[in-house]
Write a protein that binds this ligand. Structure first.
Ligand SMILES: NC(=O)c1ccc[n+]([C@@H]2O[C@H](COP(=O)([O-])OP(=O)(O)OC[C@H]3O[C@@H](n4cnc5c(N)ncnc54)[C@H](O)[C@@H]3O)[C@@H](O)[C@H]2O)c1
Length: 325
């Protein structure tokens, strides 16, 4: 019995692989290294370089390694890029997920865990966001993720496959002691960008919109430490294997910080001032996004351990200073 982790050379996938092998799991990573790094993949797992859209490769891996669970991280993740190039996102995130699910069904893989996102929700809904709240994604990225959720829901009704959909909020932080952190090419995430600016790797950080109806006019987001997120996957896998059934769960802490609060915290923790520039709002950015994590807490028994902005930023800064890839 082994777990196939697609995108296991990426930021969140590599952290999860590390935790799974530490927990004694046999892990096979499938990654095309388009944004991931070979160096990020635990040496206790097997890395296969290839595409999740390659049905015969996926089927061969499932059979050869006796795969009983797929954790599907692989995908394209940059929202503005998805606006500019929607077909690329529908191909890599929706079409290739369809191919992967088809191979899973054909080879009778019983469990599937999918990386979804807060971007599937409507930007107009009430807060904190619950899993059953209206879904109205504003970008091809969010839509491609919601399409994948729907595929799993429909397929699970007629085939013996159970699934966990984890909807991540804003993932940040690192595990520098174990050599894991965010190096994703093209990543525009706030804490990543601010950490780079604080150590002089980036000339400035832009604040997109300062006239939102929030306390300081900047967007509010729910930041989750990547180590707590990885743990949610371990727990979701245990739930599916124990027959706990399908689950859709938000992964966030239920508390929001504004862009300016985050930037001030990065300056304070790093002891470095950097150039912060006001810019226009970006299309599709909601004012506030905050998770209701009660499903993950009650049904996965998820107990976050790094639930503090200081812990997230401190580890992200440490990673930027020490990173080897
Ligand atoms: N980072 C976030 O804040 C965030 C928030 C919500 C959801 N997510 C989702 O989490 C997942 C992982 O994101 P991440 O931040 O680790 O990004 P990442 O870019 O670091 O990781 C994605 C990995 O998938 C691989 N990949 C991409 N397309 C592939 C393909 N066709 N075949 C094989 N491998 C492929 C890349 O090489 C990379 O290693 C994604 O599905 C993303 O949509 C991320």
């Amino acid at each position: 019995m082994a777990t196939l982790v697609t995108g296991g050379a990426g930021y969140i996938g590599s952290q999860t692989v590390l935790d799974l092998v530490d927990a004694g799991e046999t892990v096979v990573v499938l990654d095309d290294l388009s944004t991931g790094f070979e160096a990020a993949v635990s040496s206790s797992s097997e890395l296969v370089i290839g595409d999740v859209g390659d049905a015969s490769l996926v089927s061969r891996l499932i059979v050869e390694h006796n795969i009983d669970a797929i954790i599907h991280f692989a995908g394209s993740i940059v929202v503005p890029e998805s606006m500019a190039n929607p077909l690329r996102y529908y191909l890599n995130n929706a079409s290739k997920t369809r191919t992967l699910i088809e191979a899973a069904v054909a080879c009778r893989v019983p469990h599937f865990i999918f990386s979804s996102t807060a971007a599937v929700y409507s930007s107009e809904g009430s807060l904190p966001v619950k899993e059953g709240d209206p879904r109205l994604p504003q970008s091809p990225y969010g839509r491609s993720k919601l399409m994948s959720e729907w595929m799993l829901e429909d397929v699970s009704r007629v085939h013996p496959i159970s699934y966990a959909v984890l909807r991540y909020f804003n993932v940040a932080g690192a595990d520098p002691q174990r050599g894991i952190g965010q190096s994703t090419r093209g990543a525009s995430h706030l804490i990543k960008a601010a950490s780079e600016a604080a150590i002089g790797k980036r000339p400035f950080v832009e604040v997109f919109g300062t006239d939102y109806p929030t306390s300081d006019g900047t967007c509010v987001r729910d930041y989750i430490h990547v180590k707590d997120l990885a743990d949610a996957h371990r727990l979701a896998l245990a739930r599916l294997r124990n027959g706990g059934g399908n689950i859709i769960a938000n992964c966030g802490y239920g508390r929001g910080y504004s862009v300016l609060e985050v930037l001030n915290a990065v300056e304070q923790i790093s002891g470095k001032k950097f150039d912060i520039r006001k810019a226009a709002r970006r299309p599709g950015d909601p004012a506030r996004v905050i998770a209701d994590p009660s499903v993950a807490i009650s049904q996965l028994d998820w107990r976050p351990k790094f639930d503090s902005l200081e812990a997230i930023i401190g580890s992200a800064l440490e990673w930027e200073l020490a990173r080897s890839y």
